[in-house]
Design a protein around this ligand. Sequence first.
Ligand code: FRU
Length: 469
Amino acid sequence: MWYVLIFLAVILSGCAKAPQTDEPFRPVYHHSPEAKWMNDPNGMFYDEQAQVWHLYYQYNPNDVVWGPMHWGHSVSRDLIHWEHLPVALYPDSLGTIFSGSAVIDRENTAGFGENAVVAVYTQSEYIGQNQSIAYSLDGGMSFTKYEGNPVLLGDIADFRDPKVTRDGDHWLMTLACQQEIRFYRSPNLKEWTYLSSFGEGYGNHGGVWECPELVKLKGERLTDEGDKWVLLVSINPGGPFGGSATQYFVGNWDGTEFTCIDEPDEQKWLDYGKDNYSTFTFHNCPDGRIVSLGWMSNWQYAQQVPTMAFRSQNTIARELGLYVDEAGEYRVAVVPSPENGVLKSKQVKQPTDACIIELELSGEENSVTTLMNAKGEKVVMTLDVQARTFSMDRTASGDCSFSPDFAAVTTTPLFVQRDQYKVRLYIDHCSIEAFDADGAWAMTNLVFPSVPYNRLDVVGGKATIFDIK
Ligand code: FRU
């Protein structure tokens, strides 16, 4: 189709560009807006004809702080190099454009056209929040708003962030409603019927629930335990280290109701750092993969971080799976998506401002990994074999002055006992993403060193450092 050619031209011209290095904290292999403010990733989908990943995002084109929300738009062929495209959705008389999702309507259920890309999003206005839709007949490049908007009227103040998926012969919407998640179904994306709610008495209720998604995960990581349904729910505040975080619930979905198999007071977190919020998965991923992205910041200080032309970036693409931990609990496995494999170039002796570090840490004695620079700024990561935890201390990591909530030590249980622990660190100017190599846990933290960390010290293990291509 003609738009496939346009995509290819756009992407190829984008790949030829040097990475943006216009300020010290600008990431080189993470998605960030070209300029101004970004929060949640929205409407992500994969177009298999064009072989392009679409990423829309909460965007304020006028300032580097949150404001009237639009959907910004970027595309990528490899989930690493992103091309910035014009704003996809502007506010209108029904309100600003909050978070939401997009689906490919293969069977033309909505009547907009075969294979229309339909965006479903919250419109926020002073008196409330409603859900609207818009359609694209050019593969997600431009949208027309449906004249019958809004398609689902809110009945409470917080009524937002529709994530739509195909469930059998109809569409399923998960929606955040104060501190619970509601499920709705529709034959055509225009008329929605309430099905059920989940949340009362379960998990963490320290703040408002946002950005939900119900996703079926396969038990093929670590153990093979079959499939389960996982309900991802971002919460703000209420995160384990303050502010925003993404909790999840494991259970079953019968087409009408979500039944949680976790104990009601159990709290499971998708990431045990401070800076991974509103994780969503891409619609229509190839090969049945579940590829996700999260917003790499925290509402406690996202609007104060010391970047200049832009604020916020997304995590690297991560694949989600399912495993059973040593206590017999189902947990979400998180690993960097294979696309990130191309990042590694030559092995180097010392860390750089954008590098990957592979750690092999002892399972018998505690290990301490320290990243540091000539100014004495450092990030200290400790794997404690007695306590069975991995922690990251950024209290002396560099600039922490912009918010009292920034200096922090984050800790994750190891969840699985091993003879040797393999940890992967992805460093990109102002972020460190740490992963158990087999996906048992992930930890994402921002850092703002005054000069890049260029020394690495590992006690109780060894490290291999790779520069980024
Ligand atoms: C989460 C969130 C969403 C909302 C959007 C507004 O970060 O608060 O609930 O749709 O941001 O920008």
